[in-house]
Design a protein. Structure first.
Length: 424
């Protein structure tokens, strides 16, 4: 039976036309015209599932909500009492660490021979070069530095939340797992830092796809993405340790010598921090200049965990700090307890790699003079948000309870940052 449809069969009383003769010598090949950008965009968008689009829609809505909050904050909370006009539109986002990254991107690490030997030095070498490098690249297209940082964090945040939702769907059987995880994550207390010119969004844009690749046993891709994460934050080394442990556990379970061939990739993430340490040594003579800069500027000298807890407790409840700083220290204590509980749950469920990642983060943050930036670090603990999503799917009341608490806290934290009142 012919595979042609009746309308495509040649008539029985008419012979098929002869095939055209071709020259023995082939003609010159004509290159296909390049695919237009719109076509590439449509092809990339076609790879997004309806669940992915729902997550990105949630992400966009929360960004709009935050931008509205920033707009009203600059009118309701002026920097000077009695001000007659609001601050510039982007001023609420140009705070603290964002200024450090701007200075590095604009002037470099050691402008005009300045450095740790200079009086009033800002200890900028404490910050890894990945974010400033990309910020400078974006600035070649976006002239305003603050706008360039916001655009960088906006795009990176979209990649991060999409990867987080896909990880959640890989872990949880419920159809709503990805969307629920994204909601809890985007409404978390420190979510404002995903939108500001900080490193959290960019780090997660590398780290979460790296973990997703590792879960799928694509070790080379996971190593490359983790190496990129180590250019942004030292936390990338904690991620590298977790992925290396996942690789060992997977290889042992397979009991196949071929599974160990990718072991060399596990060393790749150590190269960017090593290169950065070498660069700092060239200028300062100190291989650990970035760590010593953190000690000088942010009291990150080593103390035992119990000393750090006692000092933070004293700052929170000992009436030694103003009320704003005391509240921040209280938040640090709560975040530490959440992290310890998360590690305990992960160990109980034998999630060894994830437990190692969070434990290393807690050790690094919990062995300073006092706790600093642990609430922000919760954004980097993806097992926390997936675990909370799993709990809310099993216990519907938990979602209501979480949002009832998180909504006012998230708004309060956003306002304290956007109005210049963060950290006291």
């Amino acid at each position: 039976m012919s595979t042609l449809s009746p309308g495509l069969r040649p008539p029985a009383d008419r012979p098929a036309p002869p095939e055209p003769r071709t020259s023995a010598r082939p003609g010159p090949r004509i290159a296909a015209p390049p695919e237009p950008r719109s076509g590439r965009f449509r092809r990339a968008a076609a790879r997004l599932t309806p669940a992915d689009r729902a997550v990105l829609w949630l992400y966009l809505l929360t960004r709009i909500s935050l931008w509205i909050t920033a707009h009203f904050a600059r009118w309701l909370f002026p920097a000077r009492p009695g001000a007659r006009e609001a601050a510039p539109v982007l001023a609420p986002f140009q705070r603290w660490d964002a200024n450090h990254y701007l200075h590095i991107a604009r002037d470099g690490y050691f402008p005009a021979g300045a450095g740790p030997w200079t009086s009033g030095w800002d200890n900028r070498e404490a910050f890894f070069p990945g974010y400033p490098f990309l910020l400078r690249a974006v600035h070649t297209v976006v002239p305003d530095w603050t706008a360039a940082g916001l655009l960088l964090s906006f795009v990176a945040g979209a990649v991060a939340v999409l990867a987080l939702a896909r990880i959640a769907r890989a872990y949880l059987p419920e159809d709503a797992a990805g969307r629920r995880t994204a909601v809890l994550f985007l409404l978390s207390p420190c979510a404002v830092f995903l939108a500001a010119g900080y490193t959290e969004a960019l780090f997660l844009a590398f780290a979460l796809p790296a973990w997703l690749a590792a879960v799928r046993h694509r070790w080379a891709l996971a190593a490359v993405l983790t190496a990129l994460a180590t250019t942004v934050r030292v936390s990338g080394l904690f991620l590298a340790a977790a992925i290396a442990l996942l690789f060992v556990v997977t290889a042992r379970e397979k009991r196949d010598r071929r599974s160990w061939r990718a072991a060399g990739w596990m060393l790749l993430p150590a190269l960017p921090p090593a290169a950065y340490s070498w660069y700092l040594h060239v200028y300062t003579g100190d291989w650990m200049a970035w760590k010593h800069a953190q000690e000088r500027g942010w009291y990150r000298t080593f103390h035992t965990p119990w000393e750090a807890w006692a000092n933070t407790w004293n700052g929170a409840f000992g009436h030694t700090q103003t009320t704003g700083y005391a509240l921040m220290f209280q938040a640090e204590l709560v975040a530490m307890l959440v992290g310890l509980a998360l590690v305990a749950v992960l160990l109980y469920r034998r999630r060894w790699p994830e437990a190692l990642y969070v434990a290393l983060s807690l050790w690094a943050l919990g062995t300073s003079y006092w706790y600093t930036s642990i609430p922000r670090a919760t954004l980097l603990w993806w097992p926390l948000w997936i675990g909370l999503a799993a709990l809310s799917l099993r216990r519907p009341w938990f979602r209501t309870a979480y949002l009832s608490v998180a909504a006012p806290v998230t708004t309060l934290v956003a306002l304290t940052f956007l109005t210049g009142r963060w950290a006291g």
